[in-house]
Design a protein around this ligand. Sequence first.
Ligand SMILES: Cc1ncc(C[n+]2csc(CCOP(=O)(O)OP(=O)(O)O)c2C)c(N)n1
Length: 358
Amino acid sequence: MYDEKNLNHEMVQFMDQYGSLLHDNIDLNDSQLLEIYNWMLKTRLFDEKMVRMQRQGRIGTYAPFSGQEASQVGSTYAMEKDDWIFSSYREIAATMVHGLPMQQSILYAKGHMYGGQSPDKLNIFPIQIIIAGQTLHAAGCALASKLKGENDVSVSYFGDGATSEGDFHEALNIASVFKVPSVFFCQNNHWAISVPLHQQTASQTIAQKAIAYGVKGVRVDGNDVLAVYHVMKEALESARNGEGPTLIEAVTYRQGPHTTADDPTKYRNNDEVNEWAKKDPIDRFRTFLNKRGLMDEDKQEKMKGIVNEEIEKAVAEAESTDRVTVDKAFDYVYDKPHKLLLEQQEESRQFLTIKEGR
Ligand SMILES: Cc1ncc(C[n+]2csc(CCOP(=O)(O)OP(=O)(O)O)c2C)c(N)n1
């Protein structure tokens, strides 16, 4: 018999809320620290731009991730190029750090046919909308890598709401039984649309769910980019060493709405939002860098300018990308052409010709 209240998943922290170091064993050099900050700033400005573009009718419904940059950037920065990402709609920062070009995310938000198509040689699966479905894909990919003797790790990103889904439990179970090289990265942003965390689970933490599956569970301050980087590094190493999966719970907060289609003031109160605003991951890391003499206002403004230019360029490229007709969708189902699909493609071409009166 054990006492649920005595389960101990202390939250790993490297920096306090005021950007002061709690550990002196960070193994990142100055240029890496600045690179991480640059990613956080870039993805925040990108996110804000996307929300404005949605309001202008230039993209479709969009799921903002502001507030979750430390979780996403810190974790992906720890990954190797060959590692796989299986993400949902809110993990744009993670996929960008792993190499997905900005304009690809814009094309996706514009509903472009090729928006969900990862460029060749990028180990990033298309965005998953079915909550928790990607955890199974990651477990399967990790099993395949293990059987083939490859050295990569499959990382699935998902929210706290996903842990209420059967897929999440099945994925953890199978990944654990076969000891596959996988990391399950939960961004506990406290809300699944309008459903608060305490209505998703009666467990004290999400990390402790790992115990039931015989895998390692870690709880980390998801607004502390240094802590996230380090716990992720360890989890990846352990997966690569054949020690099986880790479940990471990154405790963070979604500052904006679930998507641009909902109004969070209808379901959560301002006190909560203001409390979390004080824990903003970018402000915290900037204070840390300031204290180290690595950042000041001038540098910050310069960085912002460069990043904004990059974003505008990506937007212009995405907006000038030609639209394609629906028959092109058949080209990307299988690696090699398939008779039945070719028939359907021909049918769709004929349909388009009739519809457009060609
Ligand atoms: C299987 C399934 N059920 C319901 C939905 C509708 N839905 C879209 S987002 C969402 C909430 C997901 O919350 P969470 O997993 O915490 O991720 P977050 O959006 O906070 O990143 C739901 C229920 C869906 N996409 N898939």
